[in-house]
Design a protein around this ligand. Structure first.
Ligand SMILES: Nc1ncnc2c1ncn2[C@@H]1O[C@H](COP(=O)(O)OP(=O)(O)OP(=O)(O)O)[C@@H](O)[C@H]1O
Ligand SMILES: [Mg+2]
Length: 243
């Protein structure tokens, strides 16, 4: 897929979260967004997912300009699979019900169709044994895998992940990152905000470095992460790779 940000600005109160972000992102399958805390990664991702509207500027996805009207955004949002930090499942529903619910309530599947879809996905991604457990009975990694299956179940145009492993321990992190790498191998389009540079390098073809509301460097992940140019990116990588 391709993206083009053109003069996107977004402010919250008197804080300028994105400053005139302009960038064509060439054809990619998987895009990583990296940068320091508070730099604007989540804001950019939320705009892409139609969850936030910028004050100014435009955004094209595969040469289709995003219309920021509420009516368009509603259908745009439904066409994208989103996965945020851990713990975004409904606690009172089982794993199965968590995935069935949006399929029937938002995407118009019958209850039978939804259950068939979920059974097939759980089977394929080794979650069948956990289908009838509530989130509290699942590990963080299992919960996050259910959240990812929920995002895939709607047959999204692409998937966005916002630090999907930030609440997980290292073993669970590896489990979830393996799962995302598997989705990439299946040919799905992914946009991932991550603090895990090894993962970004392995799983993404294009990478954006954003700090203080501006994209300071963008390019092929293999180049950008191995041979950073912008001093702030050099500094950032040195810091996150230190331990
Ligand atoms: N809803 C909001 N209301 C007020 N300020 C916000 C809101 N969302 C984001 N901000 C501010 O905008 C800036 C960018 O936030 P954003 O969440 O995009 O950063 P981030 O790069 O995702 O950071 P992190 O790595 O910590 O998640 C921050 O200074 C944040 O405090
Ligand atoms: Mg964030």
């Amino acid at each position: 897929m391709r993206l083009e940000f053109s003069h996107i600005s977004k402010r919250f109160g008197d804080h300028q979260a994105l400053r005139d972000v302009t960038l064509p992102v060439p054809e990619y399958q998987s895009l990583a967004i990296i940068g320091p805390s508070g730099g604007g990664k989540t804001t950019l991702l939320r705009i892409l997912a139609g969850l936030e509207t910028p004050e100014s500027g435009s955004l094209s996805i595969d040469d289709q300009r995003l219309d920021f009207s509420e009516e368009f955004l509603l259908s745009h949002r439904r066409s994208i699979g989103t996965v945020f930090q851990a713990y975004n499942l409904f606690p009172h529903l089982t794993a199965r019900e968590n995935v069935v619910l949006p399929l029937t309530k938002v995407h118009g599947l019958s209850l039978i169709e939804a259950h068939e879809t979920v059974a097939a996905l759980f089977d394929r991604f080794q979650l069948s044994a956990h289908a009838d457990k509530r989130p509290a009975e699942l590990s963080g990694g299992q919960q996050q895998r259910v959240a990812i299956v929920r995002a895939i179940a709607i047959k999204p145009r692409f998937l966005v992940f916002d630090e999907p492993t930030s609440a997980l321990d290292p073993e669970m992190t590896a489990e979830v990152l393996d799962f995302i790498a598997e989705l990439r191998a299946e040919g799905r389009n992914l946009i991932i905000v991550t603090h895990n540079m090894g993962f970004a390098r392995e799983v993404s073809d294009q990478c954006i470095f954003i700090a203080d509301g501006s994209i300071l460097e963008a390019g092929r992940s293999s180049d950008l992460l191995r041979n950073p140019q912008n001093p702030l990116l050099v500094n950032f990588l040195a810091k996150v790779l230190r331990y």
